[in-house]
Design a protein around this ligand. Structure first.
Ligand code: SAM
Length: 232
């Protein structure tokens, strides 16, 4: 996401600092304590300006939600939105300034009930495949953080990224239980919360692809996977 530098950044960030989760010395083993209450724990990676995270926090007052974003000015806008809307939801939303690769430094394995990836940057050049948030290395991170029975939910307008994601899931031995190339025509759309990008694309008539995949077992260690690939 490109964005012009925001004015008064440090003061604005300080004003919403209570909504941020700082990197802990050791990964957080009991994230519910951050919220002071139990409830399903969800994580959005690449939250942009926070429309989805704020919408989900309002729609699901029982859930506790972390929203991660690597660009300071962007996550600041998301946190400011959350602060403006704080009376419309319980205290169930926190932000993390950082990149997805840092997640294991924040959270212990088996922490989350759901991980959401929405309109992740497609990085279309072949040489940049490892930067895509659905590259196998990132999938391994999310699936280590998911509880058994937990779920990854992914939405994108980008067919190339969607196909790539299906391939990467297969590489790590995962099969989605829900796959659509037109989410807004599916019955599940009744529960859908739109992101900023999703609103833009669907207003232009672009269909939205989505998949949901459950964690039914731990993923095999990377070395076994590599040997299998070498044999094939
Ligand atoms: C295309 S935007 C989509 C924003 C939002 N999810 C939406 O659907 O409106 C992708 C966002 O992911 C963030 N992002 C990209 N790579 C990331 C990473 N490795 N870790 C955290 N955020 C990342 C970008 O900074 C950007 O804000």
């Amino acid at each position: 996401m490109r964005m012009r530098k925001k004015k008064n950044g440090p003061a604005r960030l300080a004003a919403v600092s209570h909504l941020f989760c700082e990197k802990p010395n050791t990964p957080i083993a009991t994230p519910a304590e951050d919220f002071g209450r139990e409830g399903p724990l969800w994580l959005e990676v690449g939250c942009g300006k926070g429309g989805f995270a704020c919408g989900m926090a309002k729609k699901h007052p029982d859930a506790n939600i972390y929203a991660m974003e690597r660009i300071t000015d962007v996550v600041m806008l998301a946190a400011e939105r959350a602060e403006r809307e704080k009376d419309e939801r319980p205290d169930n939303l926190r932000f993390i300034l950082g990149g997805a690769a840092e997640l294991p430094e924040f959270f212990a394995p088996l922490s989350f009930d759901r991980v959401y990836l929405n309109f992740s940057d497609p990085w279309p050049k072949k040489g940049y495949a490892k930067r895509r948030l659905t590259y196998r290395g990132f999938l391994r991170v999310y699936f280590s953080l998911l509880k058994m029975g937990g779920e990854l939910r992914f939405k994108t307008d980008n067919i190339g990224l969607f196909d790539f994601t299906l391939e990467e899931l297969a590489v790590v031995g995962l099969t989605p239980h829900f796959v659509t190339r037109d989410l807004h025509r599916e019955p599940v759309v009744a529960d859908n919360v739109m992101t900023e990008y999703e609103r833009n694309f669907s207003e232009k008539g672009t269909p939205i692809c989505s998949l949901w995949v459950c964690k039914e077992r731990e993923l095999p260690p990377e070395e076994i996977e590599r040997k299998e690939e070498e044999k094939a």
